[in-house]
Write a protein that binds this ligand. Structure first.
Ligand code: ADP
Length: 142
């Protein structure tokens, strides 16, 4: 019961975003600099366009592509195929999406009146693990 009450907004992190013209090379640099596994592609006003994972970029890096010239927009998983969550969604529902779709992270979005999705956070397996540890704190003897 306590787990269902936890909200995504209380455990989410800052999203790392780039635009679709960013090269795969710079995308990889961004993974290291920001210590994340997934970056989100946005257009103006922070509207969500795509997702690129570390393996999406690794695949390009070990192939014949020139990753300095190749934009992340070409290799990203794009809307409407992106699995999303919302700040007010139950953390348990978001965790279930990660498991069901076998992905490491979800963009946290707010839906604007015109239907566009504005990215406001990221929720990863790390955030879920932190919630799990918080739930256990005080309930287990070490
Ligand atoms: P990795 O590819 O590094 O193992 P993931 O398991 O998160 O990382 O990603 C697996 C695939 O799913 C990748 O092709 C990625 O673009 C895509 N993906 C990642 N996150 C999402 C998401 N929230 N919605 C839809 N597709 C996603």
């Amino acid at each position: 019961e306590r787990m269902i009450d936890l909200k995504v907004e209380d455990y989410m992190s800052m999203p790392i975003v780039v635009d679709e013209k960013t090269s795969v090379y710079d995308g990889i640099v961004s993974l290291f600099v920001n210590d994340v596994g997934t970056i989100f592609i946005v257009k103006e006003q922070g509207l969500l366009e795509g997702v690129v994972s570390r393996k999406d970029m690794l695949k390009m890096a070990i192939g014949k592509a020139d990753i300095n010239q190749l934009p992340v927009g070409v290799i990203m998983t794009r809307m409407p195929n992106i699995i999303i969550t919302y700040p007010e969604e139950s953390l348990w529902i978001a965790a279930r999406k990660l498991i069901e779709h076998q992905i490491d992270g979800l963009p946290v979005v707010k839906r604007r009146e015109d239907g566009a999705l504005e990215i406001v956070g990221r929720l990863t397996k790390t955030n879920i693990t932190r919630a799990f540890v918080d739930l256990g704190a005080g309930n287990v003897s070490e």
